[in-house]
Design a protein around this ligand. Structure first.
Ligand SMILES: Nc1nc2c(c(=O)[nH]1)N=C([C@H](O)[C@H](O)COP(=O)(O)OP(=O)(O)OP(=O)(O)O)CN2
Ligand SMILES: [Zn+2]
Length: 145
């Protein structure tokens, strides 16, 4: 293969998909009980409710000329296990995850939380996107902006 045809240095996006389950309640401490009910409706029920979330973590980078990889997906799997699965899987987001003590556990905020945790464990500027599937119909994308 000539230097023109080589894949090395080309930018590629790699994604690892992971599912976890967690429960939560949508409730804002900066709103009154009435405002909470009006804003979040059934999702403000004090008993909470659960989701089978799926998260897609996408890393962007150059294909390494020696390894042929942007990064080893097995390493990405390990980082996801530590930073997403251990703190979030089978947890009550509002009670078990300190971040959500004063932050409403919407999927938007969950995507930002996961972004911040993943970014700490990846080389700078390589995390491209966190895509959350809260339900089959509700999706959230965060790209660090
Ligand atoms: N912007 C956001 N809106 C809502 C969020 C959110 O995270 N961000 N979350 C919820 C609830 O958590 C809720 O669980 C979603 O439930 P629901 O609307 O019932 O989900 P579906 O639309 O998939 O269910 P169907 O009834 O089958 O349509 C609400 N809003
Ligand atoms: Zn919910």
């Amino acid at each position: 293969m000539s230097s023109v045809e080589t894949t090395a240095e080309r930018i590629c996006y790699i994604t690892r998909v992971q599912s976890f389950c967690a429960c939560h309640r949508l409730h804002s401490k900066s709103l009154s009980d009435e405002e909470n009910k009006r804003t979040f409706g059934k999702c403000n029920n004090p008993n909470g409710h659960g989701h089978n979330y799926t998260v897609e973590v996408t890393v962007k980078g150059k294909i390494d000329k020696n390894t042929g990889m942007v990064m080893n997906l097995t390493d990405l799997k390990q980082i996801i296990e530590e930073t997403i699965m251990k703190p979030l899987d089978h947890k009550n987001l509002d009670l078990d995850v300190p971040y959500f003590a004063n932050v409403v556990s919407t999927t938007e905020n969950l995507a930002v939380y996961i972004w911040d945790c993943m970014a700490e464990h990846l080389p700078p500027n390589t995390l491209f996107e966190i895509k959350m599937h809260e339900t089959d119909k509700n999706k959230v994308i965060y790209r660090g902006e």
